[in-house]
Structures are given as C-alpha cells and as structure tokens.
Write a protein of this length. Structure first.
Length: 112
C-alpha cells in the first residue's frame, strides 16, 4: 500500500504498479521500495516516482518486463514511475553498500 502522504493519483498508480509487479514476478520478487523525493515527502509537481524492485535472478529481460509494467501504469495514471531493478547480490555487495544510492535506499526507502 502506498504511503498516505502521496497524492491520490500517485498512490493509485503506485498501488497498481506494485500489484502488477507482484503478479508478474511471483516468488522472484524479494522487495519493492519507494525512494527519492516521493519517499521523503518533498516532491514537486514534476517529480517522478522512484521505485526499487529487488528480484532473484534480475537480468535485462526482467528489467524490461518491469519497465513495460511501469509504462502501462504511467499511461493509465499520467505519472512517471521510474523503476530500478536489481538482484539482491548487488545490495549485499560491500562495494555497492558504500554508494550514495544504496545508503539513500537504506535511509529513506519505504517498503511497499
């Protein structure tokens, strides 16, 4: 369920995206997190909806599938969901854990 502070349309779009990703990925889906300005509650009218999708065996084909799901929701809700798809190994890697991206995910990521 989308965070309560999101605009109604953003929340509806995010709920639809999460539902579609869960259905499409099944047990491969390990986590979905909102991050960025929407997660911090400081977004503006032009802000996108940043979403991390962690999936077992994530590869280019799976990333394209998730991007296609986001595209359909984006059209239906007139928003811009910007998914990032990663395998869990990337988030567990000691080098990646030190990047600003992963540190921001840990600090501000909202599980969906």
């Amino acid at each position: 369920m989308a965070p309560a502070w999101l605009a109604r349309n953003d929340a509806a779009a995010l709920d639809a995206f999460v539902r579609n990703v869960r259905e499409a990925l099944g047990p491969r889906l390990l986590a979905i997190k909102l991050f960025g300005s929407k997660a911090r509650g400081v977004s503006g009218p032009e802000s996108d909806i940043d979403v991390l999708v962690v999936a077992a065996g994530a590869d280019f084909a799976l990333e394209q599938q998730v991007i296609d799901l986001a595209f359909d929701v984006n059209l239906a809700h007139d928003v811009y969901i910007s998914p990032r798809v990663l395998p869990p190994e990337v988030l567990a890697n000691p080098v990646w854990r030190e990047t600003a991206f992963v540190r921001a995910l840990q600090a501000e990521g909202v599980s969906l």
